[in-house]
Design a protein around this ligand. Structure first.
Ligand code: AMP
Length: 209
């Protein structure tokens, strides 16, 4: 299973990728998580990414392509992976194609999670992460336990979310026809209970669907 989860910010990519990882037994590779870890560790790459992330803008292609290239070379990724938040631009998708072709590891499916825009803003603004476990909660729909140590991402403030949504529509959505033309694109409805959405994704991934 070599899968890409595509979708706008707060469509549920990260949450669903974590759930699918358990079901499918392949790692989740999230460029957002990797960049946040680099930033927290204070590496040069993390410092470079920080200004873009704080503004809700895309980090330069060369930075994320390099990160993904290194991650895909690790042992656990040889059995498959779920890419979450990468690629986000056509040059990133082309670089990924070249890399996977050189490894003879073609993509299995690209799944688009579709959620209406007004829901996305509400989801992001009320999203919280437990910094100790990485678990993602929503203050209204999926409330955290009382002992959670919650963080609200700076780029989940409403103005930053609006910026990220605009970039998704203007730049990342070009990946939908890109993967459609390759016969890889499947779309699932991302509105509903977490379990329902996971089931929809799992059945879209069944061979022959
Ligand atoms: P995410 O957690 O996927 O929403 O990513 C958080 C932030 O990291 C994004 O708003 C971007 O600033 C940056 N980022 C993550 N993945 C990428 C990517 N593939 N290309 C460019 N920037 C990215």
């Amino acid at each position: 299973m070599r899968i890409i989860l595509l979708g706008p910010p707060a469509s549920g990519k990260g949450t669903q990728a974590k759930r699918l990882m358990d079901r499918l037994g392949v790692p989740q590779i999230s460029t957002g998580d990797m960049l946040r870890a680099a930033r927290a560790a204070g590496t040069a790459l993390g410092r470079e990414a920080d200004e873009f992330m704080k503004a809700g803008r895309l980090v330069p292609d060369s930075v994320v392509i390099g990160l993904v290239g290194e991650r895909l070379a690790e042992a656990d990724a040889q059995a498959g992976f779920i890419l979450d938040g990468f690629p986000r631009t056509v040059p990133q998708a082309e670089a990924l194609d070249a890399l996977l072709t050189s490894k003879a590891m073609p993509l299995t499916s690209v799944l688009e999670i579709r959620v209406p825009r007004d829901l996305l803003v509400e989801r992001a603004v009320l999203r919280r992460t437990d910094v100790r476990t990485g678990q993602i909660y929503h203050l209204k729909y999926s409330p955290p336990p009382p002992d959670a140590e919650l963080e609200h991402r700076a780029d989940d403030q409403e103005d930053k979310v609006t910026q990220r949504l605009s970039d998704y529509e203007a730049i990342t959505s070009a990946l939908l026809p890109y993967y459609e033309a390759k016969g890889l694109l499947k779309t699932v409805d991302g509105v509903g209970e977490l379990d329902e959405v996971t089931d929809r994704i799992a059945s879209a991934l069944e061979p022959g669907r």
